[in-house]
Design a protein around this ligand. Structure first.
Ligand code: CA
Length: 289
């Protein structure tokens, strides 16, 4: 199998939140306070500066983007780059920030928070409903990370990184209610920690391994490992299927915490990677509010 290769010249401090929409790959640099958009057909790269850290980006069905900034949600106008808050701050504490998040099949945005230094239990998983109301869904999480839903929206998968587990929940797509939490996948700590995640058309999970230099594919019904894609840098943060046929995996990475020596050893840390696969993803969902 071929190896993932870097795309664009962007070298994020903390790349995250990869998502394919409107023929482009979007991702964020959380600590670099940037939203990136790359159109592989034209080669065009656009960059938006955010006023706070930016944990994730999702498209908005009515146009533009929605971002999870340090304390709450905001609209980002793709033409002007203007950022407008959506409602009040969700968590105004200075020592926490939003991290990864994605939309469910009904267009609700789920995104979670964490302490800047991953202090245990300081974060929560929130749901921004299409009417603008925010609900705290899971309190006491440490590093809120990857989230996705299966094809019929009957299951939600979610990662709180230091648990080294991917949790599955029964999902009620009509109400956004979650129930019956169980462990779907366990990652051996010697392999790294589960970070961002996406799902393919067969219902298998693709999980970025922080500190593990890899993306791994697991069947959530059995927990079984199906595949491992190696990367030339340790901190692998998120992945998303993209391309016209949704058979290309885009992978974000980070160089945060690297000293000069480590960056010399892993010069591609922080880059966006790309690999063609014989597996297809599923289209991403936009925020419907
Ligand atoms: Ca992450």
């Amino acid at each position: 199998m071929s190896q993932p290769s870097p795309v664009t010249s962007v070298q994020s401090l903390l790349g995250e939140g990869a998502i394919w929409y409107r023929s482009a790959l979007y991702w964020v640099d959380i600590l670099g306070k940037r939203v990136h958009r790359y159109d592989p057909a034209t080669g065009e790269h656009r960059e938006y500066v955010t006023p706070e850290t930016v944990g994730t980006v999702v498209p908005r069905a009515t146009g533009g983007l929605v971002v999870a900034l340090q304390h709450g949600f905001a609209h980002l106008d793709e033409e002007s780059g203007e950022v407008t808050p959506l409602g009040e701050p969700v968590d105004p504490r200075p020592e926490t920030r939003f991290n990864d998040g994605k939309c469910d099949p009904a267009g609700r945005l789920w995104a979670g928070t964490m302490g800047f230094n991953s202090e245990p239990g300081m974060g929560s998983l929130y749901m921004l409903d299409v009417d603008g109301r925010v609900e705290e869904k899971i309190p006491g999480v440490t590093t809120s990370n990857g989230i996705c839903w299966n094809r019929d929206a009957a299951e939600m998968y979610y990662i709180d990184t230091p648990t080294h587990e991917v949790w599955a929940f029964d999902y009620d797509v009509k109400t956004g209610a979650i129930a019956n939490r169980r462990v779907a996948v366990k990652i051996d700590p010697a392999e790294g920690a589960p970070d961002g995640m996406t799902i393919d058309a067969d219902g298998n999970l693709w999980i970025a391994l922080w500190g593990g230099s890899a993306v791994v594919c697991h069947n959530p019904a059995t927990g079984e490992r199906l595949r491992k894609i190696e990367l030339p840098c340790e901190q692998v943060t998120s992945c998303a299927f993209g391309g016209p046929d949704l058979n290309e995996l885009y992978i974000t990475t980070a160089r945060v915490g690297y000293n000069e020596e480590k960056l010399k050893a892993q010069p591609l840390a922080g880059r966006l990677f790309h690999i063609e696969l014989d597996v297809k993803g599923v289209p991403a969902f936009a925020y419907a509010g």
